[in-house]
Design a protein around this ligand. Structure first.
Ligand SMILES: Cc1cc2nc3c(=O)[nH]c(=O)nc-3n(C[C@H](O)[C@H](O)[C@H](O)COP(=O)(O)OP(=O)(O)OC[C@H]3O[C@@H](n4cnc5c(N)ncnc54)[C@H](O)[C@@H]3O)c2cc1C
Length: 288
């Protein structure tokens, strides 16, 4: 496939974990290949072994589990986007996966690959962080669970050890709240996000009683913006509140990333994307 690169196909999760432990940095897991194969074409890595995970059927699919959704790491974006469970109970994740690339990319690219690749503009990551999802990560040493927000540490770097694989995601359901995802790209189709945002909002008697808000592509890593969440919680569910949250996120972006050539474009765009995602989750039409 790629000169100098070997491919191995573990048949079970245990085989895959053993192989990962044996190979260490000389092996890379291969899921859909939509990030990894492009990277290897750009930067060949002779002597590398690709661990093709395609036989691990147990890591594919969506099911309801104790107030959360279990989403296998090898589930392609298209399956996540079409899942009735995800659409109903974690709407932001279905929307995010439905906006990844093109139909071809969504059918090959997986949610686990999206997180493990850790691009600051990964759509699936933003939705998972907004929903407070945890990743289930395993090695021959055992299994651990950690927030996706903590797993993705910086651009293109996760906290995965060289012998670990992501097995699945545990996504809290939105419950009485609603969740939404909004992405702004340079064009409508096949666009990598310039800015994306996801949120969970619960409204009772006209006021916001719970808000989780994550933004991607505007800071070095996708993260929740607690200052904006606090500004919204307790406030009336209105256009003004959504706009105020947008102001808080735009301010935070400049504090964290500094003023760049793109700031005059990004500041108003961030405000608009954040306001839009909150209004969508609140079920309010965007005001003038
Ligand atoms: C044309 C095009 C358009 C795109 N558009 C978008 C877009 O709009 N939004 C977006 O977010 N992304 C986009 N992408 C990026 C890509 O499709 C996603 O990031 C995809 O989800 C990656 O998943 P994969 O299964 O293809 O991962 P792979 O390419 O197989 O792997 C990616 C990385 O994750 C590691 N990995 C994979 N699975 C695991 C696992 N279970 N455990 C540990 N490590 C693992 C691999 O070793 C590699 O480092 C686009 C890509 C292309 C080519």
């Amino acid at each position: 496939m790629i000169p100098g690169v070997r491919v191995a196909r573990p048949a079970t999760i245990q085989d895959a974990l053993r192989m990962r432990a044996d190979l260490g940095l000389a092996g890379r897991p291969l899921a859909g290949g939509t990030d990894l194969l492009i990277e290897l074409r750009r930067r060949p890595a002779p002597g590398l072994t690709l661990m093709d995970l395609s036989r691990l059927d147990d890591l594919r699919g969506v099911r309801a589990e104790d107030g959360t959704l279990w989403v296998g790491a090898l589930t392609p974006h298209e399956d996540v986007a079409r899942s009735a469970l995800v659409r109903e109970r974690a709407t932001a994740l279905a929307s995010a996966c439905g906006e990844v690339g093109s139909a071809q990319v969504r059918n090959r690219g997986t949610l686990g690959g999206n997180v493990a690749n850790a691009s600051p503009c990964a759509d699936g990551v933003t939705a998972l962080v907004a929903l407070g999802a945890e990743a289930e990560v395993a090695s021959v040493r055992g299994t651990r669970r950690l927030l996706v927000e903590d797993l993705v540490e910086r651009p293109y770097r996760t906290g995965l050890a060289p012998d670990e694989l992501i097995l699945a995601f545990h996504v809290p359901v939105q419950g009485r709240g609603a969740s939404a995802f909004v992405k702004l790209g340079r064009r409508d189709a096949l666009a990598i996000a310039r800015i994306n945002a996801g949120c969970v909002v619960e409204v009772a008697e006209g006021r916001v009683v719970r808000c989780l808000l994550a933004v991607g592509s505007v800071m070095p890593r996708t993260q929740r913006v607690r200052e904006a969440e606090d500004a919204v919680t307790g406030a009336p569910a209105t256009n003004d509140t959504a706009r105020q949250a947008g102001d808080v996120v735009a301010r935070r972006m400049v504090e964290v990333s500094g003023v760049r050539w793109s700031t005059p474009y990004k500041e108003p765009a961030v405000r608009a994307v954040v306001a839009r995602v909150l209004l969508r989750a609140m079920g309010i039409r965007e005001g003038p």
